[in-house]
Design a protein around this ligand. Sequence first.
Ligand code: FMN
Length: 373
Amino acid sequence: MQSSLCPMFGIDVPIFGFSHCRNVVAEISRAGGMGVLGTTYYSAEALEHELAWIDQQVGDKPYGINLLLPGNYETVGEEKLDFRKLPPEHVKFMRDVCDEAGIPPLPPGEREALLDHEIAQLHMTPEHAHQLLEVALRHPNIKLFVSALGVPPAHFVELLHSRGIKVGAMTGKVEHARRHKAAGLDLVIAQGTEAAGHTGKVSSMVLWPEVVDAVAPMPVIAAGGVGRGRQMAAAFALGAQGVWCGSIWLGTKESELEPEMKALLFGAKSEDAVQTRSRTGKPARMLRSRLTEAWEQPGALKTLPMPWQTVLNTEPRLRMERARHPEFLTYPVGQIVGLMTAETSCKQVIYDMLEEFIETTERVGHLVELENE
Ligand SMILES: Cc1cc2nc3c(=O)[nH]c(=O)nc-3n(C[C@H](O)[C@H](O)[C@H](O)COP(=O)(O)O)c2cc1C
């Protein structure tokens, strides 16, 4: 199965796999697709380490990176992120939710140091994005750079192009796709609201063909709700040149998730993947939990803008991770969680997807033949 994206990247199948987990990224590229590493929360040193590992695993196969560029944040600029700057009523709201569930507080002697350490990992400055880019440029197997939110700055695009790296961006709206085209990008990833993580409001079924028509002949990769061959066939039928999957890899043996989190996903229904501002301040789809529900209750406060909501979540997250309270466990996941019922592997996902894609196209082709008989 080939599309215009296969010769563009030297891949065998136009299946792109997003993950924050190096094992998943390497395995997808080794299987003939294109793994794309989410790098947002890495330090430059940690990223160098992960990319060196991926290079070793993939041999001469290509892979990509995805980065959230701080230039596109609403509020961050150069301001140092510090939990001491959070509005006290928001801190109290989160503390009450944890206390009411009997989740122990962080040890008082360690609390400040733990929070400072965690928040320092958020790395949300333009310099940091440049440092990550410099690291990535040292790894020649990286053939694709994807901006997670918004149009990448022109100097980023020029630099990447001068090194032979294709540049893409995520989009949930047709106007944004047009802006990406005008900025000289090579492709867009049109992500419907069904997807995990930050999402817009338009469903894949409507968004994909809209974006395909708006940016033609620029290639469009379809994301949001693709985990099986029938969904892949639908994406190609609607004009996409490739598919981009995120949630489906969470259920693989290579994924970063602990068994208890995987078990929660395998038991979840499609409607348990809810869109909420509670994690980052921007609408993001993730597994419903008592924490996501707390922000939906009557009288709940308004969430903080990005990135302060993430800063606010640091303490409850640390408390919950320590307590391992299953009702508070959550993770970004899309509506296809309802199709994920048992552990598999990245290779098996790709194999099953291609097999079902071929069956589907044959079945649909047969319908056309019947019509012509
Ligand atoms: C755990 C997880 C984290 C994600 N984080 C990001 C991210 O940092 N940047 C990004 O552009 N997309 C992120 N996404 C979205 C994926 O890139 C992809 O568009 C989405 O998962 C596709 O829809 P699906 O979830 O239905 O497969 C994330 C997805 C998952 C599952």
